[in-house]
Write a protein that binds this ligand. Structure first.
Ligand SMILES: Cc1cc2nc3c(=O)[nH]c(=O)nc-3n(C[C@H](O)[C@H](O)[C@H](O)COP(=O)(O)OP(=O)(O)OC[C@H]3O[C@@H](n4cnc5c(N)ncnc54)[C@H](O)[C@@H]3O)c2cc1C
Length: 383
């Protein structure tokens, strides 16, 4: 049974898998054991995985969405932390800079994302505006020689370490999301932008969410990404692509969880027989494998269409909804099959069970995806 995104990517997948198993797996083990792993980011840069979707003129590999998602899938089989680095150098904000940045903005930020010396964060969510992103209140007013930002962003992945943060702010409250929101590229260390706290989540410790406070934070006109008023569309465009890479990460994690659960079922004996002989266990493995098969089919089909230039429309929402819910069920069954061994801290299944919980909330929760899908069906009919 073979499922591939595209036939020409089969060898690319093998190379990614080999690299992940040989180089990244020991890093993951060190991270899980609370040890300091070797400097693995440099390896990702050497292999062209950092900034992999960015233009080659800046050091990127200029890959298509399918290849990028394949890296997310293969790396998330090992540890979620590696996909976070892919996102911070090729995901939401880097892609927005590549698409909408001026030549000067691209020259300033993209080379560092490709060589591993910099990361970028995406600053949309606020204490009073998460799912309802159009309700953001962070304000950007015209000031002397540029713009003055004020407000608070929270849950911003890695923003306390990022070289640049794309901050989505209201420039015209009367227009709101229809032309009144603008994206700004704010360099780390800009006076008036303060990292006020860093939160940890139930996922692996590598995931850190920063709260940023803006108090009379002045940026120049050269910080505006795209046109004034285009910020909401830029943010939503990035999120649509992000939903595909998140889905690929869900697929990779589910694949690994099923492999571990199946191995365990073969080896673990209860009442004198392997667990694998029990129908109750077989059915859990069968359900997980069937759901993974369906997830791959829908994700890969959507990716092929995206590579051909088709608008993803509601497809990305359907794929993200299904894949993120699917991996939650798969992780739950894997823990059940391993029993106590699936709950002990430090085991990959225990860590992945916690890590995958985030996928149903981040980059648009399951409820928000349903809302977007339903809105499309009611307005335009079935996709
Ligand atoms: C690990 C992690 C990383 C993140 N990284 C970033 C980042 O880098 N940048 C960034 O900007 N944000 C980031 N976020 C924030 C994330 O995007 C938000 O948490 C998410 O959009 C949900 O917003 P909220 O937490 O405010 O929940 P709320 O919007 O308050 O929603 C709470 C619950 O109600 C549900 N709900 C909301 N509205 C409706 C409705 N109309 N109908 C039915 N149900 C509804 C939601 O689905 C959710 O289950 C991150 C979050 C996490 C957990």
């Amino acid at each position: 049974m073979s499922q591939e995104i595209r036939p020409d990517l089969a060898e690319v997948r093998q190379a990614m898998r080999r690299f992940a198993q040989e180089r990244l797996e020991p890093v993951a083990q060190a991270l899980d054991a609370g040890e300091t792993p070797p400097a693995w980011r440099g390896w990702l840069a050497e292999q062209g995985y950092l900034g992999m979707r960015l233009p080659s003129a800046f050091g990127g590999a200029e890959t298509d969405l399918s290849t990028y998602c394949l890296a997310n899938e293969e790396f998330s089989r090992i540890h979620r932390v590696f996909t976070l680095v892919l996102d911070a150098t090729s995901g939401l904000t880097p892609i927005a800079i590549a698409r909408h940045g001026t030549p000067a903005q691209q020259q300033r930020w993209l080379p560092g994302l490709c060589d591993g010396s910099a990361t970028a964060s995406f600053g949309l969510t606020e204490p009073d505006a998460g799912s309802d992103a159009a309700a953001i209140r962070t304000r950007a007013r015209r000031g002397d020689g540029g713009w003055v930002l004020s407000g608070t962003k929270h849950y911003i992945s890695g923003a306390h370490r990022a070289a640049v943060i794309m901050v989505i702010a209201v420039t015209d409250p009367a227009l709101g999301a229809r032309g009144g929101i603008t994206a700004f590229l704010v360099p780390q260390g800009t006076p008036g932008m303060v990292v006020s706290r860093v939160d940890r989540t139930i996922g692996s410790d590598a995931v850190e969410l920063a709260e940023l406070r803006f108090e009379d934070c002045v940026v120049g006109d050269d910080a505006v990404l795209g046109d004034v008023g285009q910020g909401f569309a830029i943010a939503m465009g990035s999120l649509t692509n992000g939903r595909m890479s998140v889905s690929a990460s869900c697929i990779g994690a589910a694949h690994r969880l099923i492999e571990i659960a199946a191995d365990w079922a073969r080896q673990r004996h209860t009442f004198g027989r392997p667990l694998a002989d029990r129908q109750a266990i077989q059915w859990m493995l069968a359900d997980s494998t069937t759901e993974l098969f369906a997830a791959r089919a829908m994700a890969y089909d959507t990716l092929r269409r995206a590579d051909n230039g088709e608008d993803l429309g509601p497809s990305a929402s359907m794929v993200k909804l299904y894949c993120s819910e699917m991996v939650g069920r798969v992780a739950d069954r894997a823990v059940q099959i391993l029993g106590g061994a699936g709950l002990v801290r430090g085991s990959p299944v225990e860590r992945m069970y916690r890590d995958v919980r985030h996928y149903r909330v981040g980059e648009g929760s399951s409820e928000v995806q349903r809302l977007l899908i339903a809105r499309h069906v009611l307005r335009d009919g079935l996709p």
